[in-house]
Design a protein around this ligand. Structure first.
Ligand SMILES: [Zn+2]
Length: 1193
């Protein structure tokens, strides 16, 4: 049997026991028919009491029980904990039965809505309305209007919204402006990306047309570049007419069967360290034989085919090292700097009303003391530039080229006693620019263990058997053969996986393979899916698994003959035999209860309390939800409309459901006021397709703002709202998402009520974990319930005060949901940002009710998973929804040895329900090299992925350890890694030298950036909620996002060429780079600032802001003006390009030099010492140097 069905059987209780689609659970419980519709004819609004007659399912079925009952097949109801409700309560008042067809009189509905719209704020159900039915809900007295303003913080005064809540998102589907045209080299390779149209998959039985996609326009090379030869590779490009080709010629490495598959088998199933395993082991460096320098430096023979990447190999390979001198006396200078730095900025971002500014805080928590600025540290002998393989490469940290350390390291030379020049320290800008210069263009993924270009480099991936790096990146592409060697290096072997990452317009989405009833072909033992590395034997009748070595019979329908090289003759016709990424259409065996799923649903749940109405939120959502969001619901490639169903709920202290069935003339409102045991009062008509109910939805959205315009309710609930959404999806038998727009701490009397426990003083102390962890288990438990149904929860916060993000966000974490936060929201100022985020979010949803399973070669196995998801066992990562921005980190460890001959293989399989409701499997494959020399490991690392992993591990540690331990863990790992390199790989040199591996030369810088980041180490200068919010963000960041987040981009604007179109080269993040007459943009994917020097040319100010001086800029209500001149146009272009590259729409905050706000801005200049006492790059480097020396001595 396939793996997944088995997993379902063992899934969380209740999760998979749902009734089949189309069979509402209700009927199964013999729910007593309720009185038919019509009772509500004269009511202002129908009020539904809890407890439908028949308990759990009945709760649901209640109102419609009479309709749904008999005709639906029975089955166990998924609401085990709802007891039957006393008959009496069920009596009279029932909502209109929406299932009565024409019955639910249009007139009645109309009058209901009409009444509602003129009756002001929602009223508590009164006895009269209930027709004598006992009401458990709040009485009118409880609803008495409250002095709204008294409990509501006013809008921020001068500081604007805190940057922390700035989130931006590029428009989905839009061409990323930064991506511009395809690199010129794209047309070059003989068999560049095979046009989709070229792929003629005979084997694709039933594959939906169009799955092979639209030909990437700009990618299309010369005709001859399409379609490789049928057999072999590297074939001449002229094989355009080749009968069976497509996808470009596969690399030669694919042809060779794995050389040895006979390793021990079956060890995969016994994870020992499991879920809670700490990331990196701390064993002391073992006694490893230092590698022979110069050996094994050749890149893996990956490019055997005729296709070559723009460069011969990763830039870090080969060339003489750059050297950087550092005083061997350095360590002694580290003592005794009084670290009196502090931060007094309130909030994550500028001080906010209501946010207390704690003032300066001591630095004592810092693990080490920063070095005096005048420390006698460095001074670098002038030296010839570093020499690299690639022309044009010139390293900033130039130093003497010794010729002894081939290009893989930089060293700090013993220098004169001068101040360490920051320019001599490894520069991220240079690393980024060098990689752009050398590796832009086409990246051919055919090579095993090939290090991809950096995430900051723009490149197009040509899938030749390994997946696009956007789907999977590894911290290492040469994996140590043994566990000891890996431990010795201290480099964690981890992957960052984004199964549904957004591709570039020129790249083809993974093709969909439909093998019909046969289903995906898998290894009989480890259940790995067919992939290009499986070896066919016995004339094609069996295949040997690249992961476990087992031989599996080839199903008759899947048989093909082998050619003289042992390769199947249809290899290039089947994506799963030649590509790194593809999808299989799943059979019923892969579905819950063996039944194909329904299309997912989105439920929009809008807080309509006083705060929400007053800030303009309700009006904004209702005005734009339809035209900006609903019309952009995700759909399958080529589909005319989205299959996703939508539903609408409003709430404050009671919950209002809306029947928007297309046959109604007006929407119908159903109110649930007893929230102790909430249920959904209607099924039919609640979740609809937009195209079928457009007019009714329009009507609803136009009426909601009127209905609640006078809302006085300041107490809101949240738990029952999520519960209701969950139940609605469950009853409809759909996976999906809840979009919750929420304003304040849920203090209303209901399950999930929270206390205000904020105590910002705890941040940065050993007790911070108490306020960064949930205050109760309610939301965590509810999150687990949601996982069982495939209900992902996204919460958009619009708070004016503490709302306990730490507690509430746990439900987002468990359900792979997103979190947004717009403090002191004002619709006129922040509305666009929020709507852009929402639009991007909705459009980027790709997978629902997903399970991610990672398989590896024997000898290694995944042992730890980090990210926003749920796991009920040690292998399956359950994600209720996956969008294109979400990533999870996976740590892999040895349980045996690997061999250099075999390499290491990874397969990430994601079983999911697509946006149209199709059950599919997306498979990504990656082949890595193995090595027995540490030098090879250090030469083939990916630092950005390492930093991504390190940061997620730190997030976990925050909740389990003290801030000091978290910080020291990072520092120790950084020092251990570099010490291992120094000991085993570097040439003998003076002990005072700091020698850094080329691939890792930014490790000290980035390590320090992680340590000092607000999300990891935020002290009292940010709010508790902002801290929790950032922690949630970091936990699901992909490598590109974390790279920008931890080392922000600083872009000069005053030197922009008016006619240019490209993105200017960034500057290092330090105040030293800012000129008084300059203007700079700083962004990290979450916050964005424009810093204006006090000597900026007034003409520039005039052109940009339309005022005579910077002092006249209204920074509180700032918007980029669209002025008709070069400066304005060019700056807006850059801002737009930056936003398009990020997942969230960043608010642009203006910072004038010497303004109070500058202190907050300086916070992001991560190479500098920061106000909260964290060290500068220079200081940190010196400290690490000292640590390394200690480790080595
Ligand atoms: Zn296998």
């Amino acid at each position: 049997m396939s793996q997944y069905p088995g997993q379902y059987a063992q899934g969380p209780p209740g999760g998979y026991g749902q009734p089949n689609p189309g069979m509402p659970p209700i009927s199964m419980h013999n729910g007593q028919p309720l009185p038919g519709g019509g009772q509500f004819g004269g009511l202002m609004k129908p009020v539904v009491q809890n407890g439908p007659p028949a308990g759990p399912p009945g709760g649901f079925a209640g109102p419609q029980g009479d309709i749904l009952g008999a005709s639906r097949p029975g089955g166990p109801m998924p609401f085990p904990n709802r007891g039957p409700v006393p008959q009496g309560q069920m009596g009279a008042p029932r909502p209109m039965n929406p299932n009565l067809g024409p019955a639910p009189g249009t007139n009645q509905m109309t009058s209901q809505m009409g009444n509602m719209s003129i009756s002001g704020p929602p009223r508590p159900p009164g006895p009269g309305q209930m027709g004598g039915i006992p009401i458990r809900g709040p009485g009118p007295g409880m609803m008495s209007p409250m002095g709204g303003s008294s409990s509501v913080s006013g809008p921020p005064s001068s500081m604007g919204a805190p940057p922390a809540s700035m989130i931006g998102s590029p428009l989905m589907g839009g061409t990323q402006s930064s991506m511009g045209g395809p690199p010129s080299s794209m047309g070059g390779p003989p068999s560049s990306i095979g046009g989709p149209g070229n792929f003629r998959p005979p084997g694709n039985v039933g594959a939906p047309p169009g799955n092979f996609g639209t030909p990437p326009g700009s990618m299309a090379g010369p005709p001859s570049s399409m379609g490789g030869p049928t057999i072999g590779f590297g074939a001449s490009p002229s094989s355009m007419g080749g009968p069976t080709t497509g996808f470009g010629a596969p690399p030669s490495t694919m042809g060779g069967p794995p050389s040895s598959l006979g390793g021990p088998q079956g060890s995969f199933s016994s994870p020992s360290s499991g879920y809670s395993h700490p990331g990196v082991s701390q064993g002391p460096p073992g006694a490893f034989t230092p590698p022979v320098l110069g050996q094994g430096f050749a890149p893996p023979s990956t490019m055997a085919s005729g296709i070559r990447p723009p460069m011969a190999g990763p830039p870090m390979m080969g060339g003489p090292p750059g050297q950087m001198g550092m005083d061997r006396q350095t360590p002694t200078s580290l003592a005794g700097q009084p670290p009196n730095m502090s931060a007094s900025m309130g909030g994550y971002g500028p001080p906010q009303p209501g946010q207390h500014t704690p003032g300066f805080q001591p630095v004592s928590s810092q693990g080490f003391q920063p070095m005096p600025p005048h420390a006698p540290v460095a001074g670098y002998p002038g030296a010839p530039p570093q020499q690299y393989n690639q022309p044009g490469y010139s390293a900033g940290m130039s130093g003497p080229t010794t010729g002894m350390q081939p290009g893989m390291q930089s060293s700090l030379q013993p220098p004169a006693q001068k101040k360490l020049d920051p320019d001599q320290m490894p520069s991220p800008i240079q690393v980024i620019e060098d990689d752009k210069r050398n590796r832009s263009g086409v990246f051919s993924s055919g090579g095993k263990g090939q290090v991809p270009p950096l995430v900051t480099t723009q490149f197009i991936t040509q899938d030749q058997g390994n997946c696009n790096p956007v789907f999977m990146r590894s911290t290492m592409y040469n994996v140590p053969c043994t566990s000891d060697m890996l431990k010795n290096s201290h480099i964690p072997f981890s992957l960052s996986v984004s199964p549904f990452a957004k591709l570039q317009p020129e790249e083809n989405p993974p093709p969909i393979v439909n093998l019909g009833e046969l289903g995906p072909v898998r290894c009989k033992r480890c259940k790995a899916y067919m992939n290009p590395n499986m070896m066919f034997i016995d004339g094609g009748r069996r295949f040997q698994c690249v992961f476990c070595g087992a031989a599996t019979d080839v199903p008759d329908q899947y048989f093909a003959h082998l050619d003289h090289t042992g390769r199947r003759i249809d290899s290039y016709d089947r994506p799963e035999l030649c590509l790194g990424s593809y999808e299989f259409v799943a059979t019923k065996d892969y579905c819950k209860n063996g039944t194909l799923p329904n299309a997912p649903a989105f439920i929009f749940m809008i807080d309509v309390s006083y705060n929400a109405v007053k800030c303009g939120l309700v009006n904004l959502i209702c005005e734009r939800l339809k035209k900006d969001i609903l019309v952009n619901l995700p759909r399958e490639t080529g589909a005319e409309e989205s299959e996703i169903h939508v539903g609408f709920v409003t709430y404050s202290k009671e919950i209002h459901f809306y029947n928007v069935k297309g046959t109604l003339a007006q929407p119908q409102m159903l109110v649930v006021s007893d929230l102790a045991d909430v249920f959904v009062p209607l099924l039919d008509g609640f979740l609809v397709k937009l195209s079928e109910s457009e007019a009714v939805i329009d009507s609803l959205l136009s009426q909601i703002p009127q209905m609640f315009v006078d809302s006085r309710e300041t107490e809101v609930v949240l738990g029952p709202v999520i519960q209701a959404g969950l139940d609605a999806l469950k009853s409809a038998d759909r996976s999906g998402k809840l979009y919750i727009f929420h304003t304040s701490l849920p203090i209303g009397e209901a399950p999930g009520k929270l206390a205000n426990r904020d105590d910002r003083k705890l941040l940065g102390t050993d007790k911070e974990k108490t306020i960064l962890s949930p205050q109760c288990k309610f939301y965590s438990q509810l999150g687990t319930d949601c996982v069982a149904v495939g209900c992902s929860v996204d919460i958009f916060f619009f708070p004016n005060s503490y709302c306990d993000v730490a507690t509430i966000s746990d439900i987002c974490r468990l359900t792979s949901g997103n979190l947004y936060k717009y403090s002191y929201f004002q619709a006129d100022l922040d509305g666009d940002r929020f709507m852009e985020d929402l639009k991007n979010n909705v459009q980027s949803q790709r997978a629902f009710d997903a399970i991610v399973r990672i398989r590896t070669s024997q000898g290694i196995r995944p042992v730890d998973f980090l990210g926003n998801f749920y796991m009920s066992n040690t292998t399956d990562v359950e994600m209720c929804a996956i969008d294109s921005n979400q990533a999870l980190a996976v740590e892999i460890k040895h349980d045996d040895k690997l061999s250099e001959q075999d390499g290491a293989y990874i397969q990430v399989a994601t079983l999911f329900t697509s946006v149209s409701g199709q059950r599919r499997l997306r498979v990504h494959n990656q082949a890595l090299n193995c090595c027995s020399q540490l030098a090879d490991l250090f030469r083939n690392c990916e630092l950005d992925t390492l930093v991504n992993y390190m940061s997620k591990l730190a997030i976990r540690n925050i909740l389990n350890k003290s801030p000091r331990e978290t910080r020291e863990h990072i520092m120790n790992e950084v020092a251990q890694i570099l010490a291992c390199y120094r000991k085993n790989c570097a040439s003998p040199s003076s002990a005072g030298q700091l020698i850094l591996p080329e691939c890792m030369k930014l490790l000290p810088l980035y390590g320090n950036c992680v340590i000092k980041n607000d999300g990891i180490q935020g002290g009292q200068e940010i709010s508790t909620d902002d801290r929790s919010y950032l922690m949630h963000l970091i936990n699901s960041m992909d490598v590109k996002s974390s790279c920008a987040f931890f080392y922000p981009r600083l872009i000069p604007l005053h030197t922009l060429e008016p006619t240019g179109t490209d993105m200017p080269t960034a500057l290092r993040c330090s105040a030293e780079r800012l000129q008084d007459n300059g203007v700079y943009l700083l962004e990290n994917g979450v916050s964005m600032f424009m810093w204006i020097g006090h000597k900026v040319d007034p003409d520039w100010i005039q052109k940009m802001f339309g005022v005579q001086s910077a002092a006249q800029i209204d920074i509180d209500k700032f918007r980029l003006l669209e002025l008709e001149n070069d400066v304005s146009h060019r700056v807006r272009q850059v801002v737009q390009m930056v936003r398009a590259q990020r997942n969230r729409y960043m608010k642009l905050t203006i910072v004038r030099q010497r303004d109070e706000l500058e202190r907050w801005f300086n916070h992001f200049l991560v190479e500098d010492k920061s106000q909260n006492g964290s060290s500068s790059y220079v200081d940190f480097l010196c400290h690490i140097h000292k640590e390394i020396r200690t480790l080595l001595s």
